[in-house]
Structures are given as structure tokens and as C-alpha cells.
Design a protein around this ligand. Sequence first.
Ligand code: GAP
Length: 539
Amino acid sequence: MQSSNATELMEKIVSLCKRRGFIFQSSEIYGGLNGFWDYGPLGAELKLNLKSYWWRCMTHYREDVVGLEATIIMHPKIWEASGHTSTFSDPMVDCLLTKKRFRADQIDPQSGTIYFYDGATAGGDNAKTSQEPYSVLLAAGKNAESARKVARTFYEQRGIASPTLLGERTEPVVDSVRYNPENGSLMTEPRPFNLMFKTYVGPVESPDNAAYLRPETAQAIFAQYKNVLEVSRQKVPFGICQVGKAFRNEINPRNFTFRSREFEQMELEFFIRPNEVAEKLVDPPGAEPPAPGQPCRSWGWNEWHQYWVEERLKWYESIGLSRDSLELYWQKKEELAHYAKATVDILYKFPFGTQELEGIAARGDFDLTQHQKFSGKSMEYFDEEAKARYVPHVIEPSAGADRLALALICNAYREETVTDEQGKTETRIVMKFHPRVAPIKVGIFPLLKNRPELVKKAREVQALLRPHMTVFYDEAGAIGRRYRRQDEAGTPFGVTIDFDTLGERPELAETVTLRDRDTMQQTRVRIDELLPMLLPKIR
Ligand code: GAP
């Protein structure tokens, strides 16, 4: 259950996202579409920044990972091999009164009294009767009449006019998940609901032409692993990564963009030696031992798994999510996906609860072995160094770009009380994004818009910075108002061009004030020093 403070904070964040153009409801003019979201100008930049930084860190800053961009619709056999056709489902229940659908495992347990009915009758001779049993859960202290009201509505929907309820009896219950928490009505038995979106390839809607929108990007990597291996001159251990859309027909999309039906993933499949092969690879005598925590030839899945957990935590820190804001959750045996030997979730402390940002799974050789079986193509690899042939095992760090964007937005949101030069206090809303992911890096402000010489200089500074970073030129309104607008957008730096820039005080000619969003401190910086000063902060 969310506290009222958390709800209020989330409401403020959602409202800022709309007001400032981070996130809009998809198809809003038609009333929206549940579980689908669009990113406005600032949100699109934020998301692009985090995805490209992830990509750079995976592929450009490492020698052992290469990229892939695969299609969203793939051969349907892929989903048979991966197990998604048969097992990618959530338990679903429907309210018998409102037909509202819930995920059975997300129903909060409730206690109280259950009111059972054997049926209902419209009364009178030959009157219509229903013998369908039904029940309603009433929380302690509630009037029995409200259970009867719900039950009467239920039987009315079954064609019994002005129903008289039959066979009422009651029973106390503790922690039941069989009743709709919103109205107490009994729900259907849970049944599996496959989350994949189905479509048809070509003009004929036949079972032979059925295909799916991918529910994860990972499977394309497994399906293309041999091709990539052949062209990239990589050797195990190595990784293939991909950023792209995934689709899940979630039963209950919720918490803003957290659980959406269309979202983006950033996934790495890191191929490693099976333990029995790695164990035999001892380092040659006299070889330098690897630095602590650094990869070593004899590492098995456990060490690689730990390594990637640590790498990913460091990555989150590098974009401003402190370790304090994150938690690790080791999935219990019964929670593990069918393919996983171990999974660690990296959780972020969202206002609505501490929830998963990324899962890091040790998938064994499940996927490649399945694709080998279903495609008939060998997925084996000959390891020159170990002189062994095997199907590689996999460690998979799998992150969600939309969840991360939401975490960054929640993490950045601050309300601060500030006092202006006249001693007036006001609330400053500021988005403290790490400069690496901030949608706009620099706001550029001529002190006055009606002084062509200031405007000309400001445009020159804009032209200087623009090829290297996102800048926003703003000449409208008082300078304080312009700063506030950029604070709300999360712009980490503000550059103001004033009369000193033009040489009013000769010693300050060709300098600007550089304002830091977080400290609000202003320093005087030479224009030709701006780029070397800003670039390392935003890269
Ligand atoms: N290939 C493994 C895999 O897909 P997952 O835990 O189902 O694992 C990985 O998904 C990540 O994708 C999650 O940690 C989350 O960040 C993101 N994700 C999954 N379902 C999502 C949804 N409905 N909406 C937004 N992001 C989602």
C-alpha cells in the first residue's frame, strides 16, 4: 500500500512530466491507451541519452562486447524454442461483477467476513431463479447490507429482476486473495494469460502466418549468436548487446510507465565457458594475477555473475543513482525463471515502492541448446585455448530503458525553498539529473533581448556549443525566471551573456557567467574555456 506522501509525490512527478514534456499518455486526444506512453521533447532526449550511454559503455568502452539490431517480429519458432509460447504467462483473474481484470499474484490479501449465496430469485410464481453460487468479502466493521447490495447487482446482471438472495451464510476469512479489493466481489479462478502480442505476417490471418511482437530483445541475440561470432572475431568469453522495443500484453499496467505494454530493453548476453571447461584453465606459471574483481580465464558462471552485478551497479552510480537508492534482490529458488540458475534484481527505491530496474540472470546454456534443438543448427563453439567444444553458457544483464528513465526522473525531482536577492522565499522545483543524462546540457541566456550586441554574442556561444551538446537558447523574461525554467527541465549549466562579456569591464571581456543548477553558484568563465570545461562533465 502506497503512503499518501508517496502518492502525492508521484502525482507531482507525473504532472511535471506532462507540463514540461517528459512523458505524455499515448493517444491522449482519444482518451489514452492503457499501458502506452509517449516521450515529449525532454523525455525523448533523456531516454536517448541513457540508451546511448549504455551502448557506449557496453560496446565502445569494452573490447569484449559487440552490438546487434534485430527485427521486432521474428520466426515464431524462436518463441517455441525459448519457452515463451508455452510458459510466458501471468495468472489472471476477473471480477465477477465488473469484469475488471487483475494479476492474481498482485492482489493484496484481505481479511473479514465472506457472505455466501446459493443463488437468487425474482420472486412470484414461475419467476426466474439463478442457482449460481456467489460470495462477497466484507471488511470487519462494514454493514452486511453492503454485501447484499453487491450480490443483488451480481444477480441482476444475470437477468434476475429485483432479486431476493437465497441461502445467505457467513464465514470469517484471513488473507484471502479471491475477492476484488475494490468492491469485495468474488473473482474467477486464476488462469494463465500469455503476455505475447500476436499478429499475422502477410495478408492471410491463418495459424500458419501467426507471429509475435517480441516480448524481450534477448532471443534475437541467441538466434544470431553464430553469425555475430563468425564476423566479429570475438572469442568466448564475449558478449552481444541490443537495445530495442519489447511488447508485453500486461494484465495490469501500472505505476505510470513502470509496467507498460510497449517498452524498451537494454540487454546483454555475455557468453562464457561452462564451469567444467573454465576450471581446467589454470594461468600459466609466472603469469600476472588479474586485478581483484577483474575477469580471469578460469572464472565460472558464479564469478561472472558477481562481476556483472558489480559492473551494473557501478554503471547506475555513474548516471547519478547512488547505491543508497538501489537494492539487490537475490531471487529465491521458487521465483527463478525456468531458464535461470540464479538471478539478482537491481531494485530502485521508487516513491511507489522498491522495484526492479534490471535483472541479472545466469541462464546456463538453456537458450542456445534450445535453439540448437529447434533449428537443427549447431550452436557449439570450439575453444582454442581450452581445446574444448561446448555450447557456451550465458550471463544476462537485462535492463529496462523506460523504468530507468522513470527512476532517473524520480531521483532527480527536488523541491527546494530558496530566497531571492530581495529576501523573498519561493519553492524551486529542480530536476537534478546527472549531466550525462540531462536532456539539455546548457541554457544560453543573453541578459537582455532588446540589445542586439548581447543577442549576437549569445548566438555565437550557442553556435560554439551546439555541435557538441544539446543547448537551449532563451531570451524571454527575467533572467531568474529563465533559470527556473531550466531548473525544471534539469539543465545542469546556464551561460549568461552580459555587458561584461562585451567588454564593459575590459578585464572580463569574452567571459560569461556559468551557473551551476545544483548549487546555483555563478562563476566567470572565458568563452574559449567553456567547451573543455563542459565536455568531460557531460560525456
Ligand atoms: N531477457 C530477460 C528479460 O526480459 P525481464 O526481467 O522480464 O527479463 C528485463 O525484463 C527488464 O525489462 C526488467 O528489469 C524491466 O526493467 C524491463 N521490463 C520488463 N517488463 C516491463 C514492462 N512491462 N514495462 C516496462 N519495463 C519492463
